[in-house]
Write a protein that binds this ligand. Structure first.
Ligand code: ZN
Length: 302
């Protein structure tokens, strides 16, 4: 079984081809913001056409960097790149990959937002293995969240909008977020705003212990909400900022312990992602397998 895995983010397009559970090919390209949706789709087509000529592609999983209407399998919108609104991306990819050599194969394509897909990747192949229910957070240009339930399924809520931890209000009188509200977790803690507010890269800021001590107060507020609502077995944090390792995680764990209600016996197990930049690609493999109900895959959760 060969699976095409696609990760469409705000700044990059990553594509992988899995033969079974082996990543056989991988290609990453920066996305051209000016070229918008069509530019990204052209890049994806160039890559997949070459691969599909050499290897049949049986199914495809997609992680999209923005809200997705999962039931309708349509992109809701992208806050980073124009032209994606209400776009049936899986349908487009199905037509794109069906080059003559695989014309007789009806390819399954399934899409979810990249935080849900990253959560699945870490739950099945990374730092979340054996630790369900899992809460996953991406701490990157923006902030996203994903919930994997004890049965290994993604919890999406009634309308696919669950786990949007980035827009929890942390400071009601805080600065205005791109979403229009004030003091959102994303507004206070994501890479985009750290850079704008402090004029230093997140990587630099995370090496400054005095800064990190203040930073984790807001970050822990967000995670406290996840702990109190979900009581996850583990919290996995991915995204570029999580690469700071102990410089971030040691003070963060301490602050979270301080904040979480004293009588709560909820475990506080907060770890960095293991799959690095590839959480979403591995998650796309898991998503395609789950939706195809491949028993070899679903048994991994039990
Ligand atoms: Zn917001």
């Amino acid at each position: 079984m060969n699976t095409l895995a696609v990760d469409i983010g705000g700044t990059k397009l990553a594509v992988a081809l899995f033969e079974g559970e082996r990543m056989a090919r991988r290609e990453v390209r920066p996305t051209d913001r000016e070229a918008g949706r069509d530019g990204t789709l052209r890049q994806l087509e160039e890559i997949t056409h070459v691969w599909a000529r050499e290897t049949p592609i049986h199914r495809c999983g997609i992680g999209f960097g923005g809200p997705v209407d999962f039931t309708r399998q349509r992109v809701a919108l992208s806050t980073h790149v124009g032209g994606w609104q209400d776009f049936a991306l899986p349908e487009h990819v199905r037509r794109m990959v069906n080059v003559p050599v695989v014309m007789d194969v009806v390819m399954d394509v399934v899409m979810d937002n990249d935080a849900n897909v990253g959560a699945l990747g870490e739950a099945v192949y990374g730092a979340g293995r054996g630790a369900l229910p899992l809460f996953y957070m991406t701490l990157s240009t923006g902030i996203g969240g994903g919930i994997i339930l004890a049965d290994g399924q993604v919890y999406r809520g009634a309308d696919s909008w669950a786990a949007e931890i980035g827009h929890l209000t942390i400071r009601p009188d805080g600065p205005e977020c791109l979403c229009g509200a004030r003091g959102c977790l994303e507004r206070l803690c994501c890479g985009l705003w750290l850079e704008r507010d402090y004029g230093r890269s997140p990587r630099e800021l995370m090496q400054d212990p005095a800064f990190v001590e203040r930073y984790v107060v807001d970050l822990a507020q967000g995670l406290k909400c996840a702990v109190m609502l979900l009581n996850p077995a583990r919290i996995v944090i991915g995204g570029g900022i999580a690469n700071a390792g102990d410089a971030l995680f040691v003070p963060l764990r301490k602050e979270l312990r301080r904040q979480v209600t004293a009588w709560s016996r909820a475990r506080l197990d907060v770890v960095p992602a293991q799959l690095g930049d590839d959480s979403v690609l591995w998650g796309a493999l898991a998503l395609a397998a789950l939706s195809g109900r491949d028993p070899a895959q679903s048994s991994r959760f039990s």
